[in-house]
Design a protein around this ligand. Sequence first.
Ligand code: SAM
Length: 280
Amino acid sequence: MPTLPTLPPLREVIATHGLRASKALGQNFLLDEQLLDRIAAVPGPLAGERAFEVGPGPGGLTRALLRAGAQVTAVERDDRCLPALAELGSACPGKLRVIAEDALRIDPEAECGGPAHIVANLPYNVGTALLVGWLESEVWPPWWKSATLMFQAEVAERIVAKPGSDAYGRLAVLAQWRSDARIAMKVHRSAFTPPPKVMSAVVHIVPAEAPAGVDVKLLGRITAAAFGQRRKMLRQSLKGVPGALAALAQAGIDESRRAETLAVEDFVTLARLLGSADAD
Ligand code: SAM
């Protein structure tokens, strides 16, 4: 593991640069270097790999990624953090590039310059939108090799949920139809400064082979309709999706079932049938 030059403790960085945590920006900082190293280890060895981080803040996770030997591209929306990140960049010449922008407005593939591991303690207010954008990539395998992401525990449960559970819904289908998703570790709220109200968890997502002949937009449409009225039978919830009831019949799925009883593969089959009906 490459050692970094001696750096001031993160608490000192926060004090020196006046980085009082902003609620609006979802700022809950991680300061425990051992925990940060454990998170940076989730994707596997990073020496010589590209890493993409959203919201480096004072740079705790960024330091761990650099210690692991990654080439880091980080996007931070809070300009107050930039001087602290510039100091970290100077301590590791050529290893850290910081983009001062909203992560929702950049093209991470172009910014990283090649396949990268996404590793981030995500701001809670944009975390799901970012993940959905990464999962809905038209190109598969996508530009990201893996995603190691801190979420509120409840969101993490929705990403890895299995059929029949209350947490199972659009996010689970979207995350699991062509990726492997698991909870890598749970993180107690007291690990953050300031502590958030709820517990957190790190999710690890690795792109897998995509089932052939499925349009991600159609899959999104059918899961949105099915889970939009999750307590209703499919014959009711899918009524507004042209061709969906015929696809249910063709797939041999009883239309009196409810969305949460369908496996991820069932949604994939329905999207594939809808796609081929569109093409006719
Ligand atoms: N990585 C740091 C850590 O683990 O201590 C900070 C994590 S904090 C939960 C979230 C970070 O995301 C903050 O630094 C915040 O300023 C930044 N942020 C919030 N919204 C953002 C956005 N739309 N684009 C980029 N960064 C954002």
